[in-house]
Ligand binder design. Structure first.
Ligand code: ADP
Length: 412
């Protein structure tokens, strides 16, 4: 099956084409366009590029298109990207203004351009469907909860990839198998000892998720992606009283507050230098105090959430770092793991410095494994799109292999 994963930004369109069948997965092409004003044109260009490279003859060579949709309120999971999904994206657009409108309009244009090609939405909130209610409820009036004000969680594709891959790397094929079928079959009890993983997705936006036997028990992000850890330029967690207070003190409108919290806050706001941790780190090393503070706040927040899930799960078998910051900054991993000997976590400084992907960075006597797993969100969207289409064709009586046990990833 040729599965196209479409990544739609407010002015960008990136794509990856995967070829997936019962036993192999292959990334065959990737590309994208910036400063997009017309998705219809970008879709045509993408198809032309795939045709020219000989990957597909025409649109009928695409068996499905997957979208990593962000916030749909109670509409979540891996679903046909139909009008219900579009409406859910628009109804919650205020909670993910940079993501929901482009996805709603992009999905519509794909449907008009390529009628007959199945469209599938994998919501970033999908991984948190089984988080206990006490962990996803805010203490707000009932009327707020009735309109969907609660913790949803994001980066679901990334944390699901970590849940599956960490289980494979730790020799827990049973848990990896459960994670693979999670959106089709839901969670089920796994015999033997619990596998407790804390996944740290640290990148342009960041979140920490606690995972027991492949299923999320809670996450740092809440109602919108501007919650939890300080993000690159988004605020992260904030006392709600701060908003009416600064509105009065600084004479700001609601729109100005929103703009500042979503564009001028986070690591950028704290450092006053950049939203990129590389530049903040360079400034901190040169003695800039605000840059030092930005890093200290970020590390403290990561440790705060790791601590929350460590306690909640009664321990941690593997601490995983993923995404741009998590994969590429040994000094940050060292700061996050510092002083945890009493909890049984010992980082091997040499291994941490080299950090080959998917190797264990902990010492042999550490009770907690420390892994770096390169993020692979598009692959998760492609896999789930494949599984969704396979299950749909099973249901309609067509034979389809669902075995994805021996995987090989190659890229062009
Ligand atoms: P996005 O979340 O937008 O996909 P990334 O996951 O690449 O982006 O995360 C961006 C962050 O990762 C930036 O703060 C940047 O400093 C950091 N980062 C990315 N690549 C590197 C690298 N090679 N070395 C150090 N930091 C990096």
């Amino acid at each position: 099956m040729n599965i196209l994963v479409a990544n739609l930004g407010s002015t960008s369109f990136k794509y990856r084409l995967f070829r997936i069948d019962g036993s192999t997965e292959q990334l065959v092409a990737k590309g994208g366009y910036e400063r997009v004003t017309d998705y219809g044109r970008a879709i045509d260009d993408c198809l032309a590029a795939l045709r020219q490279a000989g990957h597909v003859r025409d649109a009928s060579g695409l068996h499905g298109i997957g979208f990593k949709t962000v916030q749909g309120g109670e509409v979540t999971g891996c679903l046909p990207a139909d009008e219900r999904v579009e409406n859910a994206l628009l109804a919650t657009a205020d909670l993910a203004p940079a993501h929901n409108p482009p996805y709603a309009s992009g999905i519509r244009q794909f449907r008009e351009k390529l009628p007959g090609v199945p469209l599938v939405a994998l919501f970033e909130t999908a991984f948190y469907q089984w988080v206990p209610k006490y962990a996803n409820s805010y203490a707000v009036p009932l009327s707020w909860r009735a309109v969907g004000v609660r913790r949803y969680g994001f980066h679901g594709a990334s944390h699901k990839y970590v849940a599956e891959r960490s289980a494979e790397l730790l020799g827990r094929a049973d848990v990896a198998d459960l994670v693979r079928g999670l959106y089709q079959h839901g969670p089920r009890p796994v015999p033997g000892v619990f596998l407790r993983v804390i996944s740290c997705h640290l990148g342009g936006s960041s979140s920490v998720t606690g995972i027991v036997d492949g299923v999320a028990i809670g996450t740092s992000m809440g109602l919108s992606p501007q919650s939890g850890l300080p993000q690159n330029n988004r605020v992260g967690d904030l006392d709600s009283a701060a908003i009416p207070y600064v509105q009065k003190k600084l004479n700001l409108t609601t729109a100005e507050v929103e703009h500042q919290l979503t564009k001028e806050a986070g690591l950028l706001g704290l450092s006053g230098i950049s939203n990129d941790l590389r530049e903040i780190r360079a400034a901190a090393l040169a003695g800039d105090r605000r840059a030092e503070l930005a890093i200290d706040v970020f590390v403290h927040s990561i440790r705060h959430w790791i601590g929350a899930f460590w306690f909640e799960m009664g321990g941690c078998d593997a601490l995983v770092f993923t995404a741009g910051i998590g994969e590429n900054n040994p000094w940050l991993r060292e700061a996050v793991c510092a002083g945890l000997g009493d909890l049984g976590l010992y980082l091997d400084c040499e291994r941490n410095e080299i950090a080959l992907p998917e190797t264990d960075l902990a010492t042999s006597d550490s009770r907690t494994r420390v892994l770096v797993i390169p993020a692979n969100e598009e692959l998760v969207v492609a896999r789930e799109t494949f599984r969704h289409l396979a299950a749909a064709s099973d249901a309609s009586g067509t034979a389809f292999s669902r075995s994805l046990s021996s995987l090989s990833i190659t890229s062009t």
